[in-house]
Design a protein. Structure first.
Length: 183
């Protein structure tokens, strides 16, 4: 199967490192529960330009994979699934992103870089996608049968139409893929 995965908030623990950057610049103790929306400029009350500077500094740092991400992706890869990485990181950080994936031992077949909120516009055939951004998740739901949203405070919704399914760990992701494979 062709499996698409977002990086930040799904594979990498972006928030943990971003919190160290927020503390460094503002003396702010920031927890994941404080990030109530995907727009960090709103969360911190700063300009988009300043937000982009902080995000860039975070992406250049030593982000760690979310628990279970590397192992699950290795397992999926060894089972013959095609791992496609989907990211909205700044385009000029493409080599930084590739280096990070290699350094952390994250297997993948293809890296697709798009603008924020436009990952779902990528011309790629996917059987399943895992995302943390609701805008992209809902966009993917028009193209991909199974859209999983990695649970975070910034992506809460009532999901009244059932377009997405919430997952809470990489074990959940693996189980969902196994169920999809069985059908």
């Amino acid at each position: 199967m062709n499996l698409g995965f977002d990086i930040d908030g799904v594979i990498s623990d972006f928030v943990a490192y971003f919190a160290t950057i927020a503390r460094k610049h503002y003396g702010l103790t920031l927890d994941e529960s404080d990030i109530y929306c995907h727009d960090l400029d709103y969360v911190l009350g700063i300009s988009r330009q300043e937000r982009d500077r902080l995000v860039r500094e975070t992406l250049l740092g030593d982000l760690q994979p979310i628990e279970g991400a590397k192992e699950t992706l290795e397992r999926l890869n060894s089972h013959g699934h095609k791992i496609i990485i989907l990211t909205a990181r700044f385009g000029d950080l493409n080599s930084v992103t590739r280096d990070w994936l290699q350094k952390k031992g994250i297997p993948y077949s293809l890296l697709i870089q798009s603008n924020q909120g436009e990952k779902h516009l990528a011309e790629v055939d996917l059987d399943l996608v895992v995302e943390d951004d609701l805008e992209d998740a809902l966009g993917w739901s028009k193209k991909v049968k199974t859209v999983l949203v990695y649970d975070h405070p910034w992506n809460q919704s009532f999901n009244v139409k059932g377009l997405i399914k919430r997952v809470y760990s990489w074990n959940d992701i693996f189980e969902e893929i196994q169920q999809l494979k069985a059908t």
